[in-house]
Design a protein around this ligand. Sequence first.
Ligand code: HEM
Length: 500
Amino acid sequence: MAQETHGAGRDTGVPQGPLTTEAGAPVADNQNSETAGIGGPVLVQDQLLLEKLAHFNRERIPERVVHARGAGAYGTFTVTADVTPYTRAAFLSGIGKETETFLRFSTVAGNLGSADAVRDPRGWALKFYTEEGNYDLVGNNTPVFFIKDAIKFPDFIHTQKRDPCTGSQEADNVWDFWGLSPESTHQVTWLFGDRGIPASYRHMNGYGSHTYQWNNAAGEVFWVKYHFKTDQGIRNLTQAEANLLAGADPDSHQRDLREAIERGEFPTWTVQVQIMPAADAATYRFNPFDLTKVWPHADYPPIEIGRLELNRNPQNVFAEVEQSIFSPAHFVPGIGPSPDKMLQGRLFAYGDAHRYRVGINADHLPVNRPHAAEARTYSRDGSLYDGRHGGARNYEPNSFGGPAQTDRPLWQAYDGFAGGTGNHPAPVHAEDDDFVQAGNLYRLMSADEQERLVENLAGFIAKVSRDDIAERAIGNFRRADEDLGKRLEAAVQALRPLRA
Ligand code: HEM
């Protein structure tokens, strides 16, 4: 009897009846192609051969331009606190309420086939299939990010990915960009600290990272930040451990997630939010919409609101993970964007990526379509349209009882802006600079972790070929913390002398 080795929980349903072509005709021989005589050339009339080769050539769609490498699982979100004073979102409307979810974890820079155990932020793309439509929270395992304006994102990612000439990631490019973008210092300090290489997807936190708007039934506005705290405990890999694991088992994180769920060890996260009344935003000591900053917990304590459990593996990785789409622009009533310039750019970028990567009807695929609501639109046709609208009218307004607008926006209007149009940098609040929170993070680390941070940073900076680039990069850490700067300079000097 065949033994189930991998993929316990696999749907083993086998189609009944003989093998067929794509058009359903029975296949006589799937081992030998048709030739002109024994040993002769292959015939064009062997349509099965041509169909198989042609289909095989088209098996891949473009991989995600970032976050190409990932793994996903379905789960359940359960509300554990009354948040109706803050948001009217129906899926958050009562303690005990459950919503189906799909979560895709990822790394950022690596290609589809790259290793999991690398130093890189982890993507945290969470879809809530709510009764008011799908709500996507597309975050990371880090509460902050490298830059604060979407206009810098393509340049930033170019430095993380393969150099156009060498075809490899280049330390020169990475540190040149970070050195010239001092706002990255906080996130880089985070990334080269202990949490920069999680031991698995189960042993790390998730964050919405951006500030989002919640609004309640009375129309009052709150600014919120989401935190998903792992109940498995934080576990990380050292650089040396990760180097070994990435070689020995490139799929380590994907395998760990899948097998834990197969064993019935469902990973869970405690969901918290920090909530800021709208009136606080203008005078808060940090710009609350600056993605390179956290809101210190002493200012806005995280409040527990729910529990997330992952409990079901996808059956088909291509259909459900590769073709899954998540957009920061997928909101539901009671939740909306903030004026964070990064988030505003992302509201465009994801839908555009989906249309290119998966196609204009990507929202119709089983993993992407609403599960607890119905999509009622007047959009029609396009590549691989499934005819779901039948003969219904395809315009609005109409006199045939078709779906019409609600007149109630998902989010509330907000103000606080002054001046004319222009390429304005994000406003600077009383305690904002690019280094204060990076320095605070360094000073919070244990002596051991500080040691590892210096070692990790120095190992990479030492690979930079130009002294001025290396020195500028070190200078940012010196501005965050004098001691960090000194130790880093000494560590880099030891690996690769810089000019005096
Ligand atoms: C302006 C800045 C950014 C731009 C333009 C951008 C753009 C993109 C694009 C085009 C994709 C690929 C989408 C796809 O093909 O389906 C992507 C994926 C992703 N991004 Fe961003 N991104 C930005 C910043 C961020 C930030 C700040 C975070 C987290 C806080 C983030 C988290 C993710 C995640 C988790 C994915 C993977 C989604 C999935 O699993 O399908 N990105 N991003």
